[in-house]
Design a protein around this ligand. Structure first.
Ligand code: XMP
Length: 512
């Protein structure tokens, strides 16, 4: 019997992925589809329920995404969220208007009918609103099931037809009973069984990889981080020796990383691994470059060059496997427009045009904590499963200004001390990332009996759930002091240590 699943039609909201995430948390498979998926295809894939996502568009705009009206006649329960609700109302003959004032933030709603979708939410509950338009007139047969002071139709329903609309966002954590709303929709209304586990994700990736790759060959850029390690292990399970991993040491890795990684995968997993020490090449190309985006671009480009050169020596490969995660995909999409360019995450946006591989990115819909669950289920060692995320361009994004051999050493050694002290304090697994930053600022200190003009090292330790937002860690002074003492004593030419106390936003996690 086919597994129950929910189809999410993506109209382009920044929250769409969170909807999929919430449903997966309920152990029901959910998949994103383009908003204009045909009715024929929907009939073929047979979802147990459909969710229409939000969108930055307005239904009455000229090129607004409008789904096929026949979807509402399929007899499959449908939940429209924000724009999804508006498009449902608009398509079925209701009306949508532009508010005088955009409603954004936490709002209290009053629940008028708790019998189905809003069961268990309580008479009054806090929800997250983010809309400029609203449903002004219900389509025929619909009734209001919740309202708020500013929004007389905060939720609507067509009884007997299982069509629902919510003006607010149940997928956002600020909506107190959001998960209850999804539970009601998925289990009580769509009658899904909770059968989607990470184990099924693993099985699916393995069988899909086999199917896609057939008897072709795959190269994987293994970095030893949890993402690429998980990808390599999954693909190795699917196709065994048709996978070759290339571990490019760009000289910008954490302390002791290269030998540990090669040993783990060669000895424990019997994988084919080619180790390439290309440190000099990268340093040479980065000489004199100070612009952060340029550094990323160079590292990304050089990485792919080394990688393809090595690949060519090994024979003919058709596929490239990468550990791209969902936050990388979203941030790179945001960076797509020049005005909102944030950072180019090189494993997504920076692939040069001449690269001729087909891409395998089995983790591109997952978040870090989900990847860690997969890694753990695959039996990867704890040091890899719990290892902090590390950016593709490595220490180059933690070195402000030009990347020099000396600054790389300072950054690497000081970063190692930060991690080490955090481990000793039992806090390593509690934080998202902990590292050291070095730039060109120098400050006076006394080393031995001599006054010296040495580096200023900044410690950055942040808590985060998915890297999209982050808060700096309120670390006890004694631990900070221990880190500072060790850094100034053990790392040559460091005279000052500072602690970064800015959160994301407005800062980013990495300084470059
Ligand atoms: P930012 O600095 O953008 O980082 O707040 C968010 C998360 O992404 C990681 N990061 C990268 N990962 N390639 C990567 O693979 C990159 O270019 C890159 N830049 C940042 C960062 O370490 C943090 O966890």
């Amino acid at each position: 019997m086919a597994e129950d699943f929910i189809a999410i039609l993506d109209f382009g909201s920044q929250y769409t992925h969170l909807i999929a995430r919430r449903i997966r948390d309920l152990e029901v498979r959910s998949e994103l589809f383009p908003w204009n998926i045909s009715v024929k295809e929907l009939k073929l894939i047979k979802p147990k329920g459909i969710i229409l996502s939000g969108s930055p568009a307005s239904v009455y705009e000229k090129d607004a995404p409008v789904c096929n009206k026949d979807i509402f006649d399929l007899g499959i329960p449908i939940l429209g969220i924000c724009y999804g609700m508006q498009i449902m109302a608009y398509t079925l003959g209701g009306s949508v208007m532009m508010s005088k004032k955009r409603e954004y933030g936490k709002t209290e709603i009053t629940v008028d009918d708790e019998s189905d979708l809003l069961q268990g939410t309580g008479k009054r509950t806090i929800v997250w609103m983010s809309h400029g338009d609203y449903v002004a007139l219900l389509p025929e047969g619909f009734d209001v099931i919740a309202h708020s002071e500013n929004c007389s139709i905060a939720a609507m329903r067509k009884k007997g037809r299982n069509l629902f609309g919510l003006q607010f966002h149940p997928e956002v954590a600020h909506t107190k009973k959001g998960i209850e709303v999804f539970r009601n929709f998925v289990f009580n209304i769509c009658r899904c069984e909770p059968t989607w586990k990470m184990e099924s994700f693993i099985e699916n990736v393995i069988s899909e990889t086999k199917e896609k790759v057939k008897d072709e060959k795959v190269l994987c850029a293994l970095s030893g981080g949890v993402d690429s390690s998980t990808v390599a292990t999954l693909i190795h399970k699917a196709i065994g020796n048709s996978l070759t991993c290339i571990f490019v040491d760009h000289g910008l890795l954490r302390k002791d990383e290269p030998p540990q990684i090669v040993k783990t995968f060669r000895d424990n997993y019997n994988m084919k691994i080619i180790y390439v020490n290309a440190s000099d090449r990268f340093l040479c190309r980065l000489k004199g470059v100070v612009d952060p985006e340029e550094k990323r671009r160079i590292v990304g480009e050089e990485f792919i060059k080394v990688f393809t050169e090595e690949g060519k020596k090994l024979g003919n490969f058709q596929w490239l496997a990468q550990g791209t995660l969902y936050p990388d995909v979203i941030e790179s999409a945001k960076a797509g427009s020049p005005a909102s360019r944030i950072k180019t995450h090189h494993n997504v946006a920076g692939l040069p045009g001449w690269m001729s591989f087909k891409l395998l990115e089995p983790l591109r819909m997952l978040y870090k904590d989900e990847v860690r669950r997969v890694a753990s289920l695959l039996g990867l060692p704890e040091e890899i499963v719990r290892r902090h995320p590390f950016p593709g361009p490595g220490l180059s994004v933690r070195i402000m200004g030009e990347v020099t051999k000396e600054k790389v050493e300072v950054c690497r050694e000081a970063g190692h001390i930060v991690e080490d002290e955090l481990r000793k304090a039992g806090l390593y697994n509690e934080v998202w990332q902990a590292f050291a930053i070095v730039g060109d600022d120098k400050a006076v200190g006394v080393l031995g009996d001599k006054k010296r003009f040495g580096h200023v090292v900044t410690i950055r330790i942040v808590e985060s759930k998915d890297g999209m937002t982050a808060d700096w860690l309120r670390l006890p002074y004694e631990i900070l002091e221990g880190m500072s003492n060790r850094i100034t004593n053990e790392v040559p030419n460091v005279t000052w240590v500072t602690y970064a106390i800015s959160s994301k936003p407005p800062s980013t996690i990495e300084p470059c």
